[in-house]
Ligand binder design. Structure first.
Ligand SMILES: C[S@@+](CC[C@H](N)C(=O)[O-])C[C@H]1O[C@@H](n2cnc3c(N)ncnc32)[C@H](O)[C@@H]1O
Length: 218
Protein backbone atom coordinates (compact mmCIF):
# COMPACT_ATOMS: atom_id res chain seq x y z
CA UNK A 1 0.00 0.00 0.00
CA UNK A 2 1.38 3.39 -0.98
CA UNK A 3 2.05 5.67 1.94
CA UNK A 4 2.42 8.62 -0.44
CA UNK A 5 -1.00 8.94 -2.11
CA UNK A 6 -4.43 8.30 -0.63
CA UNK A 7 -5.30 4.57 -0.41
CA UNK A 8 -6.55 3.22 -3.72
CA UNK A 9 -5.04 5.97 -5.87
CA UNK A 10 -2.59 4.56 -8.39
CA UNK A 11 -0.40 6.44 -10.88
CA UNK A 12 -0.59 3.58 -13.39
CA UNK A 13 -3.36 1.95 -15.36
CA UNK A 14 -3.64 -1.74 -16.21
CA UNK A 15 -2.14 -2.40 -19.66
CA UNK A 16 -3.35 -5.43 -21.52
CA UNK A 17 -0.34 -6.19 -23.70
CA UNK A 18 0.51 -9.89 -23.50
CA UNK A 19 3.76 -11.24 -22.21
CA UNK A 20 5.83 -13.09 -24.81
CA UNK A 21 7.35 -16.52 -24.26
CA UNK A 22 10.82 -14.95 -24.22
CA UNK A 23 9.81 -12.42 -21.54
CA UNK A 24 8.06 -15.08 -19.43
CA UNK A 25 11.06 -17.40 -19.62
CA UNK A 26 13.36 -14.56 -18.55
CA UNK A 27 11.13 -13.84 -15.55
CA UNK A 28 10.93 -17.53 -14.56
CA UNK A 29 14.73 -17.84 -14.74
CA UNK A 30 15.24 -14.61 -12.79
CA UNK A 31 12.91 -15.78 -10.04
CA UNK A 32 14.98 -18.97 -9.75
CA UNK A 33 18.32 -17.09 -9.82
CA UNK A 34 18.37 -14.17 -7.40
CA UNK A 35 20.44 -11.13 -8.32
CA UNK A 36 18.68 -9.30 -11.14
CA UNK A 37 15.03 -9.19 -10.17
CA UNK A 38 14.85 -7.77 -6.65
CA UNK A 39 12.06 -7.14 -4.18
CA UNK A 40 11.74 -4.21 -1.82
CA UNK A 41 13.05 -6.43 0.98
CA UNK A 42 16.42 -7.29 -0.59
CA UNK A 43 17.78 -3.97 -1.72
CA UNK A 44 20.89 -3.95 0.48
CA UNK A 45 22.82 -5.62 -2.37
CA UNK A 46 22.32 -2.42 -4.34
CA UNK A 47 23.60 -0.02 -1.66
CA UNK A 48 26.48 -2.33 -0.74
CA UNK A 49 28.02 -1.74 -4.18
CA UNK A 50 28.86 1.81 -3.09
CA UNK A 51 27.97 3.39 -6.47
CA UNK A 52 25.56 6.26 -7.12
CA UNK A 53 22.03 4.81 -7.39
CA UNK A 54 19.45 6.17 -9.83
CA UNK A 55 15.79 5.14 -9.68
CA UNK A 56 14.07 4.81 -13.08
CA UNK A 57 10.33 5.02 -12.44
CA UNK A 58 8.16 3.47 -15.15
CA UNK A 59 10.95 2.42 -17.54
CA UNK A 60 8.45 0.58 -19.77
CA UNK A 61 10.95 -1.34 -21.93
CA UNK A 62 14.57 -2.49 -21.93
CA UNK A 63 16.38 -0.45 -24.55
CA UNK A 64 16.44 3.01 -22.88
CA UNK A 65 17.58 1.53 -19.55
CA UNK A 66 20.43 -0.40 -21.15
CA UNK A 67 21.40 2.68 -23.18
CA UNK A 68 21.65 4.77 -19.98
CA UNK A 69 23.55 2.03 -18.14
CA UNK A 70 26.16 2.14 -20.90
CA UNK A 71 26.22 5.95 -20.97
CA UNK A 72 26.78 6.13 -17.18
CA UNK A 73 28.75 3.01 -16.22
CA UNK A 74 29.44 4.34 -12.70
CA UNK A 75 25.71 4.44 -11.88
CA UNK A 76 23.61 1.62 -10.52
CA UNK A 77 20.10 1.75 -11.99
CA UNK A 78 17.12 0.55 -9.99
CA UNK A 79 14.50 0.12 -12.70
CA UNK A 80 10.94 -0.11 -11.36
CA UNK A 81 7.67 -0.73 -13.17
CA UNK A 82 4.42 -2.63 -12.69
CA UNK A 83 4.14 -3.69 -16.34
CA UNK A 84 5.12 -7.37 -16.41
CA UNK A 85 6.02 -7.66 -20.15
CA UNK A 86 8.38 -4.67 -19.82
CA UNK A 87 9.94 -6.24 -16.73
CA UNK A 88 10.47 -9.51 -18.60
CA UNK A 89 11.96 -7.56 -21.50
CA UNK A 90 14.51 -5.79 -19.32
CA UNK A 91 15.45 -8.89 -17.31
CA UNK A 92 16.00 -10.83 -20.54
CA UNK A 93 18.15 -8.07 -21.99
CA UNK A 94 20.40 -7.45 -18.98
CA UNK A 95 21.03 -11.17 -18.50
CA UNK A 96 21.78 -11.67 -22.21
CA UNK A 97 24.05 -8.60 -22.42
CA UNK A 98 25.54 -9.10 -18.94
CA UNK A 99 24.68 -5.56 -17.88
CA UNK A 100 25.73 -5.83 -14.27
CA UNK A 101 24.68 -2.49 -12.81
CA UNK A 102 20.93 -2.71 -13.53
CA UNK A 103 18.49 -4.18 -11.00
CA UNK A 104 14.80 -4.61 -11.76
CA UNK A 105 11.87 -4.36 -9.37
CA UNK A 106 8.25 -5.19 -10.14
CA UNK A 107 6.49 -2.79 -7.79
CA UNK A 108 4.62 0.44 -7.38
CA UNK A 109 7.48 2.94 -7.15
CA UNK A 110 5.59 4.94 -4.55
CA UNK A 111 5.38 1.90 -2.29
CA UNK A 112 9.09 1.31 -2.81
CA UNK A 113 10.15 4.75 -1.59
CA UNK A 114 9.79 3.89 2.10
CA UNK A 115 12.23 0.98 1.57
CA UNK A 116 14.99 3.20 0.17
CA UNK A 117 17.57 4.66 2.54
CA UNK A 118 17.31 8.31 1.44
CA UNK A 119 20.53 8.23 -0.55
CA UNK A 120 19.37 8.20 -4.16
CA UNK A 121 21.62 10.14 -6.52
CA UNK A 122 18.77 10.68 -8.90
CA UNK A 123 15.39 9.77 -10.31
CA UNK A 124 14.30 9.47 -13.92
CA UNK A 125 10.68 9.49 -15.09
CA UNK A 126 10.35 9.51 -18.84
CA UNK A 127 6.82 10.04 -20.16
CA UNK A 128 4.89 9.32 -16.96
CA UNK A 129 1.19 8.65 -17.63
CA UNK A 130 -0.29 12.12 -18.29
CA UNK A 131 -3.78 11.44 -16.89
CA UNK A 132 -5.25 14.27 -19.01
CA UNK A 133 -8.76 14.40 -17.48
CA UNK A 134 -9.03 16.81 -14.53
CA UNK A 135 -10.68 14.17 -12.36
CA UNK A 136 -7.63 11.95 -12.87
CA UNK A 137 -4.99 14.55 -12.00
CA UNK A 138 -4.81 13.03 -8.53
CA UNK A 139 -3.22 9.98 -10.22
CA UNK A 140 -0.32 11.92 -11.69
CA UNK A 141 3.18 11.01 -10.58
CA UNK A 142 4.21 14.65 -10.36
CA UNK A 143 2.12 16.11 -7.56
CA UNK A 144 3.01 17.77 -4.24
CA UNK A 145 2.84 14.66 -2.03
CA UNK A 146 5.17 12.72 -4.35
CA UNK A 147 7.69 15.58 -4.52
CA UNK A 148 7.74 15.73 -0.77
CA UNK A 149 8.28 11.97 -0.43
CA UNK A 150 10.97 12.05 -3.12
CA UNK A 151 12.76 14.88 -1.32
CA UNK A 152 13.34 12.46 1.58
CA UNK A 153 14.67 9.81 -0.80
CA UNK A 154 17.04 11.84 -3.01
CA UNK A 155 20.25 13.16 -1.46
CA UNK A 156 21.03 16.86 -1.43
CA UNK A 157 22.45 17.82 -4.84
CA UNK A 158 20.71 14.83 -6.44
CA UNK A 159 18.44 15.12 -9.46
CA UNK A 160 15.01 14.29 -10.85
CA UNK A 161 14.96 14.17 -14.63
CA UNK A 162 11.65 14.12 -16.50
CA UNK A 163 10.30 14.25 -20.02
CA UNK A 164 6.71 14.53 -21.19
CA UNK A 165 4.80 14.89 -24.45
CA UNK A 166 1.77 16.42 -22.75
CA UNK A 167 2.02 20.24 -22.70
CA UNK A 168 -0.53 20.77 -19.95
CA UNK A 169 1.22 18.17 -17.75
CA UNK A 170 4.55 19.92 -18.44
CA UNK A 171 3.06 23.20 -17.20
CA UNK A 172 1.60 21.46 -14.17
CA UNK A 173 4.98 19.80 -13.40
CA UNK A 174 6.73 23.17 -13.50
CA UNK A 175 4.13 24.70 -11.16
CA UNK A 176 4.33 21.80 -8.70
CA UNK A 177 8.15 21.92 -8.57
CA UNK A 178 8.11 25.73 -8.33
CA UNK A 179 5.90 25.50 -5.25
CA UNK A 180 8.22 23.07 -3.44
CA UNK A 181 11.29 24.67 -1.80
CA UNK A 182 13.15 21.32 -1.82
CA UNK A 183 13.62 21.41 -5.58
CA UNK A 184 14.98 23.88 -8.12
CA UNK A 185 15.29 23.63 -11.88
CA UNK A 186 13.03 23.65 -14.91
CA UNK A 187 12.96 23.04 -18.65
CA UNK A 188 16.21 22.02 -20.32
CA UNK A 189 17.29 21.30 -23.89
CA UNK A 190 16.91 17.66 -24.71
CA UNK A 191 20.10 15.97 -23.44
CA UNK A 192 21.88 14.40 -26.42
CA UNK A 193 22.41 11.24 -24.37
CA UNK A 194 18.75 10.74 -23.49
CA UNK A 195 17.46 7.69 -25.40
CA UNK A 196 14.26 7.88 -27.43
CA UNK A 197 11.68 5.81 -25.56
CA UNK A 198 8.71 3.80 -26.83
CA UNK A 199 6.14 6.38 -25.73
CA UNK A 200 8.23 9.23 -27.07
CA UNK A 201 8.36 7.59 -30.49
CA UNK A 202 4.57 7.48 -30.51
CA UNK A 203 4.35 11.15 -29.46
CA UNK A 204 6.69 12.14 -32.28
CA UNK A 205 4.60 10.14 -34.77
CA UNK A 206 1.47 11.88 -33.53
CA UNK A 207 3.10 15.32 -33.67
CA UNK A 208 3.28 16.19 -29.98
CA UNK A 209 6.26 18.29 -28.84
CA UNK A 210 8.50 16.93 -26.09
CA UNK A 211 9.49 18.85 -22.96
CA UNK A 212 12.62 17.82 -21.03
CA UNK A 213 13.12 18.94 -17.42
CA UNK A 214 15.79 18.68 -14.75
CA UNK A 215 15.37 19.49 -11.06
CA UNK A 216 17.99 19.45 -8.33
CA UNK A 217 17.32 18.49 -4.71
CA UNK A 218 18.36 21.59 -2.72
C1 LIG B 1 3.47 6.06 -20.38
S1 LIG B 1 4.48 4.75 -19.86
C2 LIG B 1 6.13 5.33 -20.25
C3 LIG B 1 7.11 4.19 -20.36
C4 LIG B 1 8.53 4.58 -20.75
N1 LIG B 1 9.17 5.41 -19.74
C5 LIG B 1 8.55 5.28 -22.08
O1 LIG B 1 8.85 6.50 -22.11
O2 LIG B 1 8.29 4.62 -23.10
C6 LIG B 1 4.45 4.93 -18.13
C7 LIG B 1 5.05 3.75 -17.41
O3 LIG B 1 5.10 4.04 -16.01
C8 LIG B 1 4.70 2.90 -15.29
N2 LIG B 1 4.23 3.37 -13.98
C9 LIG B 1 3.29 4.31 -13.73
N3 LIG B 1 3.17 4.52 -12.42
C10 LIG B 1 4.06 3.70 -11.81
C11 LIG B 1 4.41 3.45 -10.45
N4 LIG B 1 3.80 4.09 -9.45
N5 LIG B 1 5.36 2.54 -10.19
C12 LIG B 1 5.98 1.88 -11.19
N6 LIG B 1 5.71 2.08 -12.51
C13 LIG B 1 4.76 2.98 -12.80
C14 LIG B 1 3.64 2.25 -16.18
O4 LIG B 1 3.47 0.88 -15.89
C15 LIG B 1 4.25 2.48 -17.56
O5 LIG B 1 5.12 1.43 -17.93
Amino acid sequence: MSTVLRPGIRTFKPRRSRITTRQQRALDNARDTPGVLLTAGDLTVVWNLGNPVVLDIGFGSAEPVVHLARAFPEQVILAVDVHTPGIGDLVDRIVADQVRQVFVIEADALELLSHLPGKLTGVRSFFPDPWPKARHHKRRLVQPAVLEAMAHTVESGGFWQLATDWDEYAESMLAVFEADPNWSGGVIDRPTWRPVTHFERRAIREGRPITDMWFTRN
